[in-house]
Design a protein around this ligand. Structure first.
Ligand code: ADP
Ligand code: MG
Length: 634
């Protein structure tokens, strides 16, 4: 018996649909792209329960003629391409004529549409690709697609869907990108009855960046606008080198307003920042490339996320040059025209929370103001609460980091005084003998700091031993241990006097809202403040003074890289990184009391022997070792 059969059309449609439609966001993508192709200037999207139950895309574009309606749902039916030749120069977002039949194959669709020359609109309803109904309806010019019960007839696909919130976030991320790609179109997103995105459509890309990525990102962007001889125009914004990021999540590229992932473009941007950024830091950018449609093939990826350029080298060159020019212009501040200066103006920051702080009660006196005569304290925070810089006309107040009291003791005086014992040790540290009886406990003889080598290593003499301490590694280990044991010691977390609002790029914000437990593990208590902003109320003492923006961004990036499921080792990496941020820098001179406090920590805590990555924090040479080196022994 013959085994090969031709599939019924409906089954074939469902299989084909899988190529284009794998989640509600891909339906929204196709429908919004159709709206853009139809010349819409306003596009509203609504999703309920992640879009699986209900989603709607409404535009004010050209509408669909009544007699075209049934055809629009036939596979390979399109108004955008007529001949094979047209495929060589595609100027529209859609062209395959596959989206509508694919959507209709896996859901129940209703289209309401009217063209400008028709007095009455049409309403066309399909359920599951089968029967269709066409009726008259009164409606404005444009098109509205309502899609219900996505994947109701493909249970396997349904199983792959994530939580409603995750699906809705995917829609939101998509719309964010579309809004950035089309600043002249007003976008609106309504999620479960709440409006979460609204752009003005006035053509101002920076305004769109401000809405999508937050005011802080927008305030640090510089404009790019260039037209390379090869016919490639590059336009958009890139970040100032001083505001780099820890990943590439904010590198957004469009080719002829189509969102694409492009390694060539990313490399071109990053190379422009060479020598301007630290290794492992990345610039942010939102760039649109206008390329002759005959020089780019968009037909190489089912979701059209990747494109092929006829000359990658020209693209690289154009993007690289555009960025280099923009960076050079930004580094010549006097030549920057006034208009650009206002774009970077501080007015973009929200100082509203500063006002509430001005009247705040005076903070308790903190270790930072200790009198000069006092001996240097240990690295344990001394003050129970953070001090707040309170000058109203200065930068927004920041809690002073209490970790390193720096008394104004002259280093010379300090050096002549041999150091004997550390001050009263905190809970987890061994007790070192008091200065009066160093001889009675020979196993922990007195020690003193000899100095600092290469601004990086602390040199310590302790009896017959010579210690070299890598100050950053040691401090990092100490901080890491403290972060891992958060909550075990009283006062290792602190409520901020004024909660700090941190605005993040939408994608990062969403993922953190979905996974508050990750911040909780870092000892950070934050709440959703809406509109891409988290309100941080509590942080670990030792993170005082670190950039919460960076820490939150990094936590979000880790979550995204790990598909929102942080393994213990990924969580550990986050802890390392926070510990690192809170630690003294190698290569930066420290005051003697700081060195002494660090040496104190290391010599008093046997857990501090290696940094969290396994590099040694302490190397000890005995007098014997040294004498051997110089041939004085044997
Ligand atoms: P494609 O976009 O590849 O042409 P689709 O299946 O997405 O294929 O759409 C089929 C056709 O339906 C389009 O070519 C267009 O003529 C019409 N169409 C779809 N959506 C809209 C819309 N929002 N406004 C006007 N016309 C539309
Ligand atoms: Mg289409």
């Amino acid at each position: 018996m013959a085994k090969i059969r031709i599939l019924p059309q409906q089954v074939a449609e469902m299989i084909a649909a899988g190529e284009v439609i794998d989640r509600p966001a891909s339906i929204v993508k196709e429908l919004v792209e159709n709206a853009l192709d139809a010349g819409a200037t306003r596009i509203a999207v609504e999703v309920r329960a992640g879009g699986v139950g209900y989603l709607r895309v409404t535009d004010n574009g050209c509408g669909i003629d009544r007699e075209d309606l049934p055809n629009a749902f036939v596979r390979h039916a399109t108004s955008k391409v007529r001949t094979a030749r047209d495929l060589e120069a595609i100027g529209t977002l859609g062209f395959r004529g596959e989206a509508l039949p694919s959507i209709a194959a896996v859901s129940r669709v209703t289209v309401t549409t009217r063209t400008a020359d028709s007095p009455v609109g049409s309403c066309y309803t399909l359920s599951g690709g089968g029967e269709a109904e066409l009726t008259d309806i009164g409606c404005p010019v444009g098109t509205s697609f309502e899609v219900r019960d996505v994947f109701y007839n493909t249970p396997a696909r349904m199983k792959f869907l994530k939580k409603d919130q995750t699906e809705a976030n995917a829609v939101a991320t998509l719309l964010d990108r579309l809004a950035l790609a089309n600043p002249s179109v007003a976008f609106e997103l309504i999620r479960d009855g709440r409006r979460t995105l609204q752009t003005s459509g006035d053509g101002d890309l920076l305004a769109a960046i401000r809405i999508v990525c937050g005011g802080e990102v927008a305030a640090q962007m510089i404009p790019v606008r260039s037209q390379a001889p090869g016919g490639v125009a590059v336009e958009g914004y890139i970040s100032l080198p001083r505001t780099s990021r820890t990943s590439r999540t904010l590198q957004i590229f469009f080719v002829n307003t189509r969102y694409v992932r492009s390694r060539t473009c990313a490399a071109a941007v990053e190379d422009a920042y060479k020598n301007r950024l630290m290794v492992g830091r990345f610039p942010a950018c939102v760039l649109n490339l206008t390329v002759d449609t005959s020089l780019v093939d968009v037909n190489v990826h089912p979701a059209k996320l990747e494109v092929r350029f006829s000359s990658e080298r020209d693209i690289y060159g154009a993007v690289n040059l555009a960025c280099l020019e923009a960076l050079a212009a930004a580094e010549r501040p006097r030549e920057v025209p006034k208009k650009r200066l206002t774009m970077l103006s501080l007015d973009d920051f929200d100082y509203s929370d500063q006002q509430t702080r001005i009247g705040a009660p005076a903070a308790p006196a903190a270790a930072a103001e200790k009198p000069a005569a006092e001996p240097p304290a240990s690295l344990q925070p001394v003050a129970p609460a953070p001090t707040v810089l309170r000058a109203a006309d200065e930068a927004p107040p920041l809690p002073v980091r209490p970790a390193y009291p720096r008394p104004a003791v002259s280093a010379d005086i300090e050096r002549t005084k041999p150091r004997t014992a550390p001050p009263a040790p905190p809970a987890r540290r061994e007790i070192t003998p008091p200065p009066s009886e160093p001889v009675s406990e020979p196993e922990t003889p007195a020690w003193h700091v000899i100095g600092e080598l290469f601004d990086t290593y602390i040199l310590v003499q302790q009896g017959e031993q010579f210690h070299l301490i890598d100050k950053h590694a040691a401090h990092e280990r100490h901080n890491y241990n403290r972060l891992r044991h958060l909550g075990e010691e009283p006062g290792d977390r602190q409520l901020l006097l004024t909660p700090q609002a941190v605005t993040l790029p939408r994608e990062e914000y969403f993922v953190l809202c979905e996974h508050p437990e990750v911040l909780e593990k870092l000892g950070i208590t934050a709440e959703d403040f809406g509109e891409g902003t988290l309100l941080v109320r509590e942080i670990p003492m030792l993170l005082d003074g670190c950039s919460l923006q960076d820490i939150l961004s990094e936590a979000a990036e880790k979550l995204m890289q790990n598909r929102r499921n942080l393994t213990p080792s990924a969580m550990d990496e986050l802890l390392y990184s926070c510990a690192c941020r809170a630690s003294v820098m190698a290569g930066k001179k420290s005051a003697l009391p700081e060195l002494a406090a660090l040496a104190d920590l290391v010599l008093g805590d046997e857990q501090i022997r290696f940094c969290p990555h396994g590099r040694p924090a302490l190397v000890t040479l005995s007098r014997r070792d040294i004498e051997k080196m110089f041939g004085r022994l044997g």
